[in-house]
Design a protein around this ligand. Structure first.
Ligand SMILES: Nc1ncnc2c1ncn2[C@@H]1O[C@H](COP(=O)(O)OP(=O)(O)O)[C@@H](O)[C@H]1O
Ligand SMILES: [Mg+2]
Length: 254
């Protein structure tokens, strides 16, 4: 059985079928990409998997248990962490503190108090900070720990977000356009980081428009168009799939 199995998933917004009867799975240890034109339903699918939205129908099975309809903090506790298409770092907090926030899902103080910035116990906080610094070291940004997070360069902020997701100690990491806004060098660095994360045993599902990155690092690619799955295959097959080329890859600006 795969780590994540999505079956017959549906989500409508008014008359719009944002996700229509989608099936796919993410094998343990894989890097799987989710691609498709703007509005195809990729972010909605992430919101369904991470518990931000409830599906109208269908099942999402993670690590053997159905999780559709659970609250985001419950999904996070089960082992799914995510980053956002638009960076969401907390202003007036340092980079390491932003990463520490990711850890709240496992701290005794819990999610709500972390969001309200209530203090952790001192011992808990020390351990959480040490772990956050370890993660920053792993990501190659240890030197930025005490910088104000939102004053960092865009590429660095994306890596801090990655660190915050890793602080949840996830089994599955959902990355929504991790290379958005990054230059070529930063994008290549992001690809390396994603591969390094996978090498630690974390499974990855990623939405990304940068086709070089997607083709280079993905084991499998799902293609959505108008909410429906039109292909699910290995990168070389996806590149040759006539329908994928027609709706997505053929469009030079996609
Ligand atoms: N919260 C929402 N409420 C209403 N419509 C939404 C919402 N989120 C997304 N949509 C619509 O659903 C469709 C899919 O959007 P989205 O999942 O963001 O696509 P993608 O991430 O592939 O660009 C779009 O037509 C979008 O306008
Ligand atoms: Mg999106």
């Amino acid at each position: 059985m795969s780590l994540l199995e999505v079956r017959g998933l549906n989500k409508r917004f008014g008359g719009l079928q944002a996700v229509g009867n989608v099936d796919f799975s993410v094998p343990h240890g894989a890097i799987k990409a989710l691609i498709g034109p703007n509005g195809a339903g990729k972010t909605t699918l992430f919101n369904l998997v991470s518990g931000v939205l409830k599906p109208d129908s269908g099942t999402i099975t993670f690590d053997g248990a159905e999780i559709q309809g659970r609250q985001p903090f419950q999904v996070a506790r089960a082992g799914i962490a995510r980053t956002f298409q638009h960076i969401r770092l907390f202003p007036k907090m340092s980079a390491v503190e932003n990463i520490m926030i990711g850890r709240h899902v496992h701290s005794r103080a819990g999610f709500v108090s972390a969001m309200l910035s209530l203090p952790w116990t001192h011992r808990e906080e020390r351990a959480i900070r040490a772990r956050a610094l370890e993660i920053m070291d792993f990501l190659g940004i240890a030197g930025l720990a005490d910088n104000d997070a939102t004053s960092l360069a865009y590429g660095q902020q994306r890596i801090v977000e990655l660190g915050r997701a890793l602080a949840c100690e996830p089994k599955l990491l959902l990355l929504d356009e991790p290379a958005a806004g990054l230059n070529m060098r930063e994008t290549a660095e992001m690809a390396k980081l994603i591969e390094r994360i996978r090498a630690t045993g974390i499974t990855i599902l990623l939405v990304e428009h940068d086709m070089t990155l997607v083709m280079n690092i993905s084991d499998e690619i799902v293609v959505l168009s108008y909410g429906e799955k039109i292909a699910d295959d290995k990168p070389l097959k996806i590149q040759k799939n006539p329908e994928v080329i027609r709706v997505y890859l053929g469009d030079a600006d996609a």
